[in-house]
Design a protein around this ligand. Structure first.
Ligand SMILES: C[S@@+](CC[C@H](N)C(=O)[O-])C[C@H]1O[C@@H](n2cnc3c(N)ncnc32)[C@H](O)[C@@H]1O
Length: 363
């Protein structure tokens, strides 16, 4: 597969499930926190930019998503253009911000800025995009940003600098961290002079690192070696599945906390489809089905779980409970036996013992 297609496929899928969550990943995962994040991040962008770009500037937002930061910035500059690999994100951005006259959006191929003329922008921004890209795509974009910027133009972008962390070349989600030397040579070879690096006030719990905003100025032509053959694995890497699956479960739980059962079910369907080897999705969805008095629906999910993960003992206990609720005594006994054969765990035995006891009283 070509990396351009994979980036488009993955981000289109995310945009269809919940664009607000996937562009901002706020803790509350709701509309209010999305709006707050837009205001906060646009302000941080403007503050760190200072007076480097005039009000008359033409600005490009690279990887604009649904225009979360692009739209607020339109109040501060003469013209703002958003570009993104995902046609779905762009479609939604256009609907959301159709009334803003000096704002436009378009989809690109995910590696270059071929739709834009040389030296046609005063300022380029990119937030929460570059760290998701393979390094050769980042190099291609740095070269392109240099090309579309006017001499002396500014590029302000978000990045991660620290102990190196590189992912599989087709991973479109996990964060890549560049060691300082690679970061410095990337800027230098792309014809940029490094001016400021400001820490962003967010500590990533996994990386134990904070991202940064970087201000660089175009001081010459790019002299980067860009080796972009583009071929990559079509299947998602385990790291990617793991992160996407856990974020979807997080999002579904937030919907559940707010009593938004339909939304939670829709997200859980995606979670199971995307990462079928993760039990939490089936269990959370079955729990909603039980809450909705749909025991058959819950049973179907536990049947899917035990078929997909036959060695996961708790799956058989859940299945036995659903079978008990459906008065399927012999099937429930069979599921209990299966669970007990898989795990010698006292808590699990207590549960299976209680179910067996109740089944005894059943005809
Ligand atoms: C986490 S979102 C951030 C969106 C936006 N910058 C914001 O802060 O709201 C990442 C965005 O990058 C876009 N993207 C991913 N790979 C891209 C690529 N190769 N070229 C352009 N956009 C890309 C995605 O479609 C998605 O909209």
């Amino acid at each position: 597969m070509d990396i351009r297609e994979k980036m488009k496929r993955d981000w289109d899928r995310r945009a269809k499930v919940d664009p607000l969550y996937w562009v901002a990943a706020t803790e509350e995962a709701d509309e209010a926190s999305y709006q707050e994040s837009a205001e906060h991040d646009a302000n941080a962008f403007l503050q760190g930019l200072g007076d480097r770009a005039a009000k008359s500037s033409r600005v490009l937002d690279l990887g604009c998503g649904i225009g979360r930061m692009t739209a607020p910035l339109a109040k501060h500059f003469a013209e703002v253009v958003g570009v993104d690999v995902s046609g779905e994100m762009i479609k939604q951005a256009e609907v959301l911000h159709s009334s803003v006259a000096n704002l436009s959006f378009s989809a690109n191929n995910g590696t270059d800025l071929g739709d834009y003329e040389d030296e046609s922008f005063d300022l380029v921004l990119s937030y929460s995009v570059l760290p998701h890209l393979p390094p050769e795509v980042v190099a291609s974009y740095f070269q392109e940003v240099n090309r579309v910027l006017k001499p002396g133009g500014w590029y302000r972008y978000q990045f991660w600098v620290g102990p190196e962390r590189m992912m599989a070349n087709n991973d479109t989600l996990n964060i890549r961290v560049y060691p300082p030397e690679a970061f410095n040579s990337l800027n230098r070879d792309a014809g940029f002079e490094l001016h400021e690096i400001d820490e962003i006030d967010y500590l990533d719990p996994v990386l134990q690192l904070k991202p940064v905003w970087v201000n660089v100025k175009k001081v010459g032509a790019a002299n980067l070696e860009v080796k972009l053959d583009g071929r990559c694995e079509a299947d998602d890497s385990d790291d990617e599945k793991h992160l996407e699956g856990s974020l979807l479960i997080y999002l579904a739980n937030k919907h559940l906390d707010r009593g938004e059962l339909n939304e939670a079910e829709a997200v859980l369907e995606q979670a199971i489809h995307y990462d079928p080897d993760r039990p939490e999705g089936y269990i959370a969805w079955a729990t909603i089905r039980v809450e909705r008095d749909d025991i058959k629906g819950a049973f179907t999910l536990f049947e899917m779980l035990t078929t997909r993960l036959p060695d996961f003992a708790p799956g058989w206990v859940f299945r036995a409970q659903a079978e008990e609720a459906l008065s399927r005594k012999s099937a429930a006994l069979e599921s209990i036996r299966k669970a007990e054969s898989l795990a010698d765990d006292p808590d699990l035995r207590t549960l299976t013992g209680e179910i067996r006891e109740r089944l005894r009283g059943m005809k």
